[in-house]
Design a protein around this ligand. Structure first.
Ligand code: ZN
Length: 123
């Protein structure tokens, strides 16, 4: 995909009232700043950075700010949201990306995490 298409995808999926800005050059991390309604993501260059963008959008769209769930559930939901949108755009999700996402969700799993999240992350 080309950057013009990525720009279009960003425009289409930025939640109303939110802005998207770039993480510092070279940074791989992303963040969803709920107070200032800002999503900060690395430049989208392929499937994994598009995944990161959709994941952060998921936190905003799924209203994780107000629903007060366990972090493990929020991360699981944002991950599923992102994979769902990648499928919509026909982006091939590599095994590596799935493993990386599972490993990330796993870091938030605790005793109160629901079984469906644990099963998905294979804990
Ligand atoms: Zn997240």
């Amino acid at each position: 995909m080309q950057s013009l298409l990525y720009d279009e995808i960003i425009k289409r999926h930025t939640p109303r009232g939110w802005t998207v800005c770039l993480s510092p050059e070279g940074a791989k991390w992303a963040w969803c700043f709920v107070d200032s309604r800002k999503i900060m993501v690395p430049r989208i260059t392929g499937a994994s950075t598009l995944y990161v963008f959709f994941h952060e959008v998921g936190h905003a769209v799924l209203d994780h700010e107000h629903r007060k769930q366990l972090r493990s559930v929020e991360e699981y939901e944002a991950t599923q949201y992102a994979f769902g949108l990648l499928r919509v755009y026909g982006v091939v999700v590599s095994r590596g990306l799935v493993q990386e996402a599972k490993a990330y969700v796993k870091t938030y799993i605790g005793p109160r995490t629901p079984d469906y999240v644990k099963r998905w992350a294979k804990v």
